[in-house]
Design a protein around this ligand. Structure first.
Ligand SMILES: Cc1cc2nc3c(=O)[nH]c(=O)nc-3n(C[C@H](O)[C@H](O)[C@H](O)COP(=O)(O)OP(=O)(O)OC[C@H]3O[C@@H](n4cnc5c(N)ncnc54)[C@H](O)[C@@H]3O)c2cc1C
Length: 476
């Protein structure tokens, strides 16, 4: 070894979680070593959230041109230059990259090592020819696309999130394997940019969300011309001619059909990056879903925490950031901290968007027994009418005393709106708190308040309340 370092904290992985820990620790003057084997910024910046939202934005512009005549505006035929779409995606990544760069972190006082890290024993990590013996280790190595063992998959150049955004030509017919959030977001973006798109999903598309709300999104996607096959499994993949692919699928009824396309995107979930980390040598328990941690994110080796995607829970950038805060609280301030998954919102950035926080109807019934389910449709909102964004619904779940347990929204701007409800759920707010707040008119934010006050509607039908209201109307 050329060097032995003895920092307070050694972070493995320079993505959303690892960078947050390193930046926070350095800002408190703590000695930190950060090891990253690939691109700084990890999946989110380079192969995930950022490029996916950039291509979705390009698709939205194309779609806006198509919808413009409904507003009395004509912009002519949509033309997509895929090389320029590619430049757009990469210039967005380039604009954000300096925040996550080696230069910035070095300037913050972090020692950045650009190499692959591996535990050699319970107290030591090796990266290249440097040995690190830290007081605490934080493993934030993320996840990668899980590629299922489909017959013939290795014979085709299938795409994953790591290669999809490198393409600078239009895909003629994209076959997306997997109807989860990543698959559906990319299906719609590509459809709007002019590709034929078929999605093949073994179970239900967007199956982790409330089926009532997912149905609104799926109907819109189908209406845009995306073929979505649910309850259908891919049995074989093969090359077709020089540039084509053939995907053979089997329906629940056992019927086999061949779909001919030009490209395949595998979006069948994620696998935690645990391989080659020397976890056994360090006495860190793990399984296929990731490193096993308690609610305090500590692994079976007390010196080692695991955060973000590799910790096997919800896999989102804001979760990695949340985890980072919990770990910093424990390492730097020696304060206890526990993850609370019930307060984590998530958003699928299709159009309409699909957002959720807290308990869904089924989980709330199991946990709280008697619940109230409140709904309000976008079509009853003036702003949604003006924008012609009337496909949507908010659904709110409360306990019998009106405490907000969970909120799901399908519709325009759902991803922005869910933040207010995430605050409500995190602070155990009641509908009475919402009753007293005044949303600006005309905004789609009013939809949530309208749903909340439906809770009080049955009360106004009680005789004494009706008498009181009549009295107030007359003399109040
Ligand atoms: C297409 C797509 C779209 C997404 N969109 C969203 C979204 O809109 N919103 C959202 O919240 N989330 C989204 N996500 C999820 C989000 O990207 C992840 O949850 C987030 O990046 C997890 O952060 P992390 O720190 O755990 O891992 P990462 O950001 O992946 O960072 C892990 C880092 O560890 C490095 N590493 C791995 N092993 C080693 C090793 N042995 N030594 C050194 N370094 C190592 C890797 O190179 C990587 O840079 C999306 C993901 C994908 C794939």
């Amino acid at each position: 070894m050329s060097e032995t370092l003895r920092p307070d904290i050694c972070v493995i992985g320079g993505g959303s979680g690892g960078l947050t820990v390193a930046a926070a620790a350095a800002s408190f003057g703590v000695e930190v070593v950060l090891i990253e084997k690939g691109k700084m910024g990890g999946d989110c910046l380079n192969y995930g959230c950022v490029p996916s939202k950039a291509i979705i934005a390009a698709g939205k512009h194309a779609h806006a041109i198509e919808e413009a005549p409904d507003f009395g505006v004509s912009a002519g035929e949509v033309k997509v230059d895929f090389r320029k779409v590619h430049s757009h995606i990469h210039s967005v990544i380039g604009a954000i990259a300096p925040n996550d760069s080696v230069e910035r972190f070095t300037a913050l006082g972090v020692r950045v090592i650009q190499d692959s890290a591996k535990f050699t024993d319970r107290d030591t990590v090796v990266a290249g020819d440097i040995e690190i013996k830290a007081r605490r280790f934080v493993v934030a190595t993320g996840s990668s696309a899980f590629v299922p063992p489909i017959h013939g998959i290795e014979t085709v150049d299938y795409l994953t999130n790591e290669t999809l955004f490198d393409r600078n030509r239009k895909t003629r017919h994209l076959i997306v394997i997997g109807g989860g959030p990543i698959g559906m977001e990319m299906a719609q973006a590509h459809r709007r940019l002019g590709s034929d798109v078929t999605v093949v999903e073994g179970l239900k598309a967007l199956g982790k969300d409330d089926p009532e709300l997912a149905a609104i999104v799926l109907e819109k996607l189908r209406g845009e011309g995306i073929e979505i096959l649910e309850g259908t499994t891919v049995t074989e993949v093969a090359k077709r001619g020089k540039t084509g692919v053939r995907v053979t699928v089997k329906s629940e009824a056992g019927e086999e059909v061949a779909i001919d396309g030009t490209d395949i995107l595998v979006a069948t979930g994620r696998k935690a990056n645990v391989e080659g980390l020397g976890l056994e040598e360090a006495g860190i328990d793990f399984d296929r879903s990731g490193i096993k941690v308690g609610a305090n994110l500590r692994s079976s080796n007390r010196k080692v925490f695991a955060i973000g995607d590799v910790a096997g829970g919800l896999q989102f950038t804001h979760v990695a950031g949340y985890h980072a805060g919990l770990v910093i609280q424990q390492i730097l301030f020696r304060l206890p901290a526990k993850e609370n998954r019930d307060i984590i919102p998530w958003v699928t950035f299709t159009d309409p968007e699909l957002a959720h926080v807290g308990l869904n109807e089924e989980a709330a019934r199991k946990r709280s027994g008697q619940i109230h389910v409140l709904r309000w449709p976008y079509a009853e909102n003036d702003r949604a009418q003006a924008e012609r964004k009337t496909d949507g619904l908010i659904k709110m779940i409360t306990d019998k005393k009106g405490r907000i347990l969970g909120v799901s929204i399908a519709g325009a701007g759902a991803g922005e709106m869910i933040n207010m409800w995430a605050l409500a759920v995190a602070n155990k707010m009641k509908l009475s708190d919402v009753r007293g707040f005044v949303p600006a008119y005309p905004t789609m934010g009013e939809i949530g308040k309208r749903a909340a006050i439906t809770y009080y509607a049955p009360m106004t039908r009680k005789p004494f309340v009706r008498k009181l209201l009549t009295f107030l109307r007359r003399f109040g």
